[in-house]
Every structure is written in structure tokens, then in C-alpha cells.
Design a protein around this ligand. Sequence first.
Ligand SMILES: C[S@@+](CC[C@H](N)C(=O)[O-])C[C@H]1O[C@@H](n2cnc3c(N)ncnc32)[C@H](O)[C@@H]1O
Length: 355
Amino acid sequence: MEVKDVLFMSKGDGESSFFQNSYFTQKVVAMSKPALEKVVESLVSEDFSSYHVLNVADLGCSSNSTTYAIMETVIDSVKRKCKELNYQIPEFQFYLNDLPGNDFNTLFKGLPNFVEKYEGLPCFVVGCPGSFHGRLFPKNSMHLVHSSYGAHWLSKAPRLMDKEGLPLNKGKVYISKTSLPAVKEEYLAQFQEDFSLFLNSRSHEMTRDGRVILTIHGRLSEDPIYELTWEPLAEAIVDMVSLGLIPEEKLDSFNVPYYIPSQKEVKDIVDREGSFELELLETFPIKEGDKSVWNSHEKYIKNLRSFTESMVSHHFGVEIVDKLYGKFAQIMLRDLATHTEPREVISFVVVLRRL
Ligand SMILES: C[S@@+](CC[C@H](N)C(=O)[O-])C[C@H]1O[C@@H](n2cnc3c(N)ncnc32)[C@H](O)[C@@H]1O
């Protein structure tokens, strides 16, 4: 499965859309706002007086409102710092990137409100479909690249088959307690390849000293096992297999194109790729089912469906998804009730300077 051909967050602005259910990334964007402000302020402080246009990209922007929050933070921070240093405010050019299947129509419905807020400011916004695992922009053109919860998506799921073509990760869709060491190795290798490609592509596009700021799903432990989301999803699919609604081979050939790295894995890739200096790697936790993020467990479960459904329905068929996610919801509610001490989702904020 080539992710660029099948992945999108649930479309539109209806009840089950990503637009209506992206509470988690909204919280993540709010938590990483101080880091973004600092990055913008330090860009402005260094040799900014000659900038006429500030080129900014948001990679993996999806169709929700977070990208507008990011553009606002960038503009407000630039204006504040320029005023302090007595610099001319530049023009702003924002590039909103996601895969071609993204719902850019819903995304751009938010544009009139944004434009109204910054009336009189020379600010231009364009959509930029394509994969961030390759070049998106001209050479030496980008000053700031932002991406929230995108860069842990892989370009494809690792091929988890042994030499005889037998599945290596039976009954699972990500790295789980029962996964063989080869499963962990293949996932890490795919992340190393994809994240290096992401950095290398940006390295051509960025101006010297330009910054990349990423928020990604991360982990604190050495062990890459992850029991949230993917484990209950696998259990729901296994249930569909046991009911004869999904052939077992379909489950055996499905692994999610997603990897949750450790800090060390991220640092090693940045060092090895060599185009960027790591300026910051901060960690923050959000508790699973946190009521300040999702006001009910149902909303939490809808949130999970809104970012996983496109690949599940592509692989298993659209006819099965309602039943499958019905089972998934039951499993999630059971798990949330069992874990009286909520588990945490860890995010990393990573700031890189182009060397
Ligand atoms: C969980 S959403 C995050 C959306 C938004 N940035 C936010 O924080 O709410 C991840 C987004 O990354 C996009 N994405 C994944 N792989 C990508 C790729 N190779 N190139 C561009 N976008 C990609 C997905 O399509 C999706 O819209």
C-alpha cells in the first residue's frame, strides 16, 4: 500500500469528519505554540531586515483548523518581533501541503475568516498537494517549515513477510508484545528511510538557517511496543476474521504505515542525514481519554476513527467499516474502563536549523 495514494483524514465537516474530531491535534498545536513562537522570533532576530517575503509551509495540514492557528501564530510572532526591532513587516506566503486525497475544499472554507482577520496584511495562501517524502518546493526558497502530527506517517507499511512469504506479524497491525524482533527492525528501517528522505527533501528547499519545526508522536521507552489505538484496532479486525467477515490473509497483509520513534532514533537520523542541526527536542504527554481534550470517550473514539478509516476501508472494503469500528468502539470502552490510571500519548516537538 502506497500511503500517498490512499491516505486521507475523514472528509467534509460532518459529525464523523476529521474537521469535527481533531481535538487531539488541536491540543498538540496549542501545547507546541510557545516553541513555534520562539522559533519565529529567533528567525526574525537573525538577519531578517532584508526579508521581503517570508515563505512558510505547513506539511500534512489536513482539512481542519489547526493550520489556521499555526499561520496566526507565525504572523502574530513576526509582527511582534518586527515591531520590537523596528523592522518592516514582510509579506507572507503560506503553502498548505497534504497528500492529493486530502479534502482541500473543506480546508479552504476557513480561509475567508482568516483573511478577514488579517485584512490589509499582504498574506497569500496556496494549496500544495504532494508527498513530503519528496521535493515540494523550489530550491532555497523556504524559510520556515512546520508540520504537526504528519512526519511519523510512513510512505508505506514495511513488508512483514518471511523468506517463504509467510506473515511475520500475525494477528497484529503494529508492533505489539508478541511481535518478532524482525517486525521492530523492519518498522525502524522504514522510518529511517522515510524520515531521512523528508529531511533531505527539505534540505534542498530551505534557505540557510531556515527552521523546521515538527510535532510528532513519540515514545519514552526503548521498546517500540505501542498498545493504544493499533492494538484495539487489530483486536477488532481479528473479531471480524473470526466471524468470517474478513479473510485471515487480509489481516495478515495489513500493517499500519505509522511509526512512533524514540528521541534517540530521531536524533540519530538527523545526525546521519547531516543537513540540519537539532536545536530542540521537547517532550509532552497527553493522557488517553483526557476530558479536557475529548469531552467524552465517544469523541475520543470518533477521533481515532477519523484518522484511521481511509486506510482500513481501502484494505478491508468499505462495506465492513461500520461493523469493524462498532467492535473497535466496544474494545476501546472496555480498555478505558480497565485502565483506571490513564495511559499517556507522548509527543515530541523537534526544531531543526538548516546548516
Ligand atoms: C493526523 S493528520 C494532522 C493534521 C494537522 N496537521 C493537525 O495537526 O491537525 C496527519 C496528516 O498528515 C498527512 N500526511 C501523511 N503522510 C503524508 C505525506 N507523505 N505527505 C503529505 N502529507 C502527509 C495526512 O494526510 C494527514 O492529513
